[in-house]
Design a protein around this ligand. Sequence first.
Ligand SMILES: Cc1cc2nc3c(=O)[nH]c(=O)nc-3n(C[C@H](O)[C@H](O)[C@H](O)COP(=O)(O)OP(=O)(O)OC[C@H]3O[C@@H](n4cnc5c(N)ncnc54)[C@H](O)[C@@H]3O)c2cc1C
Length: 374
Amino acid sequence: MQNVRVLISGASIAGPAVAYWLARRGFRPTVVERAPSVRRGGQAIDVRGVALCIVEEMGILRAMRAAGTDMRGMSFVDAAGNELMRTTTETLTGGPLDSPDVELLRDDLSEILFQATKSSVEYQFGDSITGLTETDEGVNVTFERGAPRTFDLVIGADGLHSNVRRLAFGEESRFIQHLGIYLSVFTVPNYLGLDRWQTFHRGAEEMIGVYSARNNTELRAMMGFGSPPLDVDYRDIDAQMKILEERFARAGWEAPKLLELMRKAPDFHLDSMAQIHMDRWSVGRTALVGDAAYSSSPMSGQGTSLAIVGAYVLAGELASAGGDYAEGYSRYEAEMRPFVAENQKLPAQAKEGPPPRDIVVRAANAINLRHYPA
Ligand SMILES: Cc1cc2nc3c(=O)[nH]c(=O)nc-3n(C[C@H](O)[C@H](O)[C@H](O)COP(=O)(O)OP(=O)(O)OC[C@H]3O[C@@H](n4cnc5c(N)ncnc54)[C@H](O)[C@@H]3O)c2cc1C
């Protein structure tokens, strides 16, 4: 596989993970990421089930546990801040505290994956693919900034609003299913003095949550609200902040302070809770992995584990198929489809908050991982 050049779009979770496995199996991966460096921001995400075996084999499990959120518990408060309940056995974001799952900030995992791959993978930050033209010999790729290049294969790991998916498969509207909720996550100083603790306030249509992060030096704030699809450019941060200011104007509790601090947040992120459903995840020499192909939405709590498993299976099947990428792509799809389907069902099984634990654990283990040759 020494000469198989693979271009991967997106350097969050799925991108660096598939690059890791491709490099380990002798391919030559290049990752192009639109952001100028590994992107900051995002909620605490969970890695569980078979995904834990994969990160262990990658040699990053220890670093992930060291970066874990290490929560002690959570409470719910009313609009005036009076405590309604508290527990030290579970959290809303991560479930039971005594489980083997690893919960860490999305950007910390992204950084760990970047560190694990930067010596074996070429990274091209601050750039984006503008065109893909397939020939018998490969895919001619043009970029916003860099010079055109030719690759043997292209993999879209660029998330819910995947650019590669749009270029190779068509408009997002054909594949996206909105779940009727928007969620914003951003970092503010730990002005509440929370000690490894999560606090939530649930209103009629809105939810506000804060939890301490990075040794209590910061808070990650979450603001969620029910809404049909909004006509807002997901890159227009000011317009998105205005939506939150309107939605949370009368939400009570810490809303006014959080909205004020939001304006200075370095990593504001707002997106709809949405799933991606596609009939196929590859066309010609191009394939998709992670949220780009099969977002299960943050409501499933399984998006990151799906990305890790998908990356492992995709690289493994491509390597097993020798030079026959069509065969590799089709076996990747056959292996992953039932697993993805199980995990995409999770949001519908949640009433309020995360889906029941036993169902999540079953879904997180609903694949027999093959052992691929090194
Ligand atoms: C900033 C951010 C915050 C998030 N917050 C949460 C959260 O709070 N809770 C949650 O459950 N999930 C969150 N997610 C999604 C979560 O990371 C994924 O569900 C999961 O980890 C699978 O990851 P992925 O690598 O497939 O996609 P993503 O993590 O979405 O990564 C996609 C990557 O592609 C890059 N990209 C996008 N367009 C282009 C382009 N044109 N060219 C090159 N690169 C491009 C993005 O910058 C990003 O680095 C967030 C993602 C991001 C990027």
